[in-house]
Ligand binder design. Structure first.
Ligand SMILES: N[C@@H](CCC(=O)N[C@@H](CS)C(=O)NCC(=O)O)C(=O)O
Length: 221
């Protein structure tokens, strides 16, 4: 499905968790989009033309007709408002509030500590071991909080049997954590179970970094 006019355009980087989340939301809603690759390792996010689209120089960013939007949470909520198929916010007020809380833990607390320039700075100016310590400390604090918060709300997914906002943000954080950060989530039974459920969902599988057109061929093998 398209937006009826021009195809949606998503500025995305294969490895970026916030881009991954927006790809999941687009897929869940069955929205066709063109992927415009921004390679954050090559500094393409700082190009003046891209800064007109995303003033912070971050991916993802979305173009929908004359709507230009950056910040993954804003994009996901915009998509949810505009395209009602597969709603991402539960009707139940309590579940909806838990979605907001967990979504904020992920996007405002965990994700910013793992941004590529921050990790590169720690590796280059403090040391590679400290980079690992930093990542594990922040993942541990966030995952512990999520495990406690979600345990009374989870069903097949984080807040019930439907995939909601929190799942869209959580899946990128917990799939592939071992490969990317050498961080084992088996100490978190709920998050481990959710990670396995997410891997079965086509909208999430299709949004995986390795299934993106900009995934480097030399890694794909
Ligand atoms: N709060 C932003 C964060 C986005 C973000 O951190 N994007 C990273 C890639 S994961 C990025 O573009 N980094 C480029 C840079 O920091 O220069 C969002 O949720 O969209």
């Amino acid at each position: 499905m398209t937006n009826g006019e021009k195809k949606l355009q998503l500025y995305s980087c294969f490895i970026s968790h916030p881009s991954f989340s927006v790809r999941i939301a687009l897929n869940l809603k069955g929205l066709d989009y063109e992927c415009k690759s921004i390679n954050v390792f090559k500094g393409e996010q700082s190009h003046p033309e891209f800064l007109k689209i995303s003033p912070m120089g971050f991916v993802p960013a979305l173009l929908d007709g004359d709507m230009v939007l950056a910040e993954s949470s804003a994009i996901i909520l915009y998509l949810d408002d505009k395209y009602p198929q597969h709603p991402l916010l539960p009707h139940d007020l309590k579940k909806r509030a838990i979605n907001y809380q967990a979504a904020n833990i992920i996007s405002s607390t965990i994700q910013p500590t793992l941004r590529i320039p921050i990790l590169a700075y720690i590796r280059d100016n403090v040391g590679p071991d400290e980079r690992i310590t930093w990542v594990h400390k922040h993942l541990g604090k966030g995952f512990t909080a999520l495990e406690i918060l979600l345990k009374d709300h989870a069903g097949k997914y984080a807040t019930g049997d439907e995939i909601c906002l929190v799942d869209v943000l959580l899946a990128p954080q917990i799939i592939g954590t071992l490969e990317r950060y050498n961080y084992d989530i088996s100490n978190y039974p709920l998050l481990s179970r959710l990670s396995e459920s997410y891997k079965q969902v086509p909208a999430i599988r299709n949004a995986l970094p390795e299934n993106q057109p900009d995934f480097p061929k030399e890694v794909k093998g």
